[in-house]
Design a protein around this ligand. Structure first.
Ligand SMILES: Cc1cc2nc3c(=O)[nH]c(=O)nc-3n(C[C@H](O)[C@H](O)[C@H](O)COP(=O)(O)OP(=O)(O)OC[C@H]3O[C@@H](n4cnc5c(N)ncnc54)[C@H](O)[C@@H]3O)c2cc1C
Ligand code: FES
Length: 361
């Protein structure tokens, strides 16, 4: 089996806004790295004596090979985003996991479709890859982007988007939405259901059956898009969503909720449990506290289990539950068939019973 790890060299850094930069990588041998538009790269960085991993969507397209690019937006107090923006240098080598992710689009030159993209803030990154791929690979398709930002100065890729619009005036349309605009603008406020419906009606995109819909941004924005698409009766199999933050991370960010516990549908509750994990021929038993995921507890014990996005999205941490029950904060990464077969995701999994045994591999 080939290694999922690669060493890439930083070949350039583009400053996009005051708090976002694009890091361009190449393989030292200029080897092409295979990926699909919309997939992400997981960076493995040594910070403060520890190895930390974070995923970043590729904003480049495979046609830009051998270059792969990710855009990082600073998160206040965030370990890796601040390290990347303040410390990473051209020439430095970074260990990465090969591209992963299901939020992707496969282009075919004969396709004639409408590709509708909804993004906000750093959520533009995978959409940019998809947008560029469609413009290049599907001459008969059109792209519409609804793009939310705080103001005109926080728009990542503004110049690139303007250039792409100028060279594809009939095929690319962008609607900018600003929550706190510095100047007069057409769409003021956060992207919400009524605004989305209004824009799609005006662009005559509300009632079409040859469209695919991709959304990436904060949970609130994605809910609004989802509601709007429900009103338009868009079938679920045409809608793709990517989240950068898992619901458990969001809950932690919103602060502890005293007296509440995660509960499974059948009423069982998450409590302190010991789990057994079987990985590469070794068996590990460790305790998982109610506010920890199985992966977090393992890493705290220096048990080196596989993982990547830590958001229940990429399946790098997937294991099969041989006994016991596991509650998942997020199950988007697993298909229904995988769930029925007992697969679980350690990065978003909490043991519900004392007999949990998970086999990885
Ligand atoms: C599939 C995937 C693709 C991603 N693509 C990108 C990308 O293209 N560009 C990009 O900038 N980021 C992207 N992210 C987010 C990225 O992986 C990191 O989570 C982000 O950079 C924060 O890491 P940190 O170490 O700086 O913050 P941490 O030290 O991990 O967190 C600090 C605090 O910030 C909160 N937090 C973490 N992430 C966010 C966030 N995105 N927004 C607001 N609060 C947050 C945490 O809950 C915590 O409270 C992606 C994540 C996933 C799962
Ligand atoms: S690490 Fe990506 S799904 Fe768990």
């Amino acid at each position: 089996m080939s290694s999922p790890y690669l060493n890439l060299k930083v070949v350039d850094i583009t400053h996009e806004t005051a708090d976002a930069a694009t890091i361009h990588f190449e393989h030292p041998d200029k080897q092409n790295i295979t990926y699909k538009p919309g997939q992400f790269l997981t960076l493995i960085l040594p910070i403060d004596g520890k190895e930390v991993r974070r995923s970043y969507s590729l904003c480049s397209t495979p046609a830009e090979a051998p270059r792969l690019s990710v855009t990082v937006k600073r998160v206040a107090g965030g370990l890796v985003s601040n390290y990347m923006l303040d410390t990473l240098q051209v020439g430095q080598e970074v260990r990465v996991m090969e591209p992963l992710g299901n939020f992707c689009l496969t282009c075919a030159p004969t396709n004639q479709r409408q590709v509708l993209l909804f993004g906000a803030g750093s959520g533009i990154t995978p959409l940019m890859s998809i947008l560029k791929a469609v413009l290049r690979e599907e001459p008969g398709s059109k792209v519409t982007l609804l793009y939310g930002n705080r103001n005109e100065h926080s728009v990542i890729f503004k110049e690139q988007l303007q250039q792409l619009q100028a060279s594809n005036p009939e095929r690319l349309h962008v609607e900018y939405i600003y929550s706190q605009p510095a100047y007069d603008c057409e769409h003021r406020g956060r992207m919400n259901q009524s605004m989305i419906l209004r824009i799609l009606e005006r662009l005559r995109l509300a009632r079409i059956d040859n469209a695919v819909y991709y959304m990436c941004g904060p949970a609130g924005m994605m809910e609004e898009v989802r509601h709007a698409l429900d009103v338009l009766h868009v079938p679920a199999d045409r809608i793709y969503r990517e989240s950068f933050v898992s619901s458990s991370a969001q809950d932690k960010q919103e602060g502890p909720q005293h007296g509440t516990v995660l509960s499974a549908d059948d009423g069982s509750e998450v409590s302190t449990q010991t789990v057994k994990v079987i990985y590469e021929g070794a068996e590990y038993s460790f305790t998982v506290e109610p506010d920890q995921t199985i992966l977090e507890a393992a890493l705290e014990q220096n048990i080196d289990l596989p993982y990547s996005c830590q958001a229940g999205l990429c399946t790098a941490c997937r294991g099969k539950c041989l006994s016991g029950k596991v509650y998942l904060d997020e199950s988007d990464g697993l298909s229904e068939a995988e769930m029925e077969e007992g697969y679980t995701l350690n990065c978003v999994g909490h043991p519900l019973t004392p007999d949990v045994v998970i086999e990885i591999g």
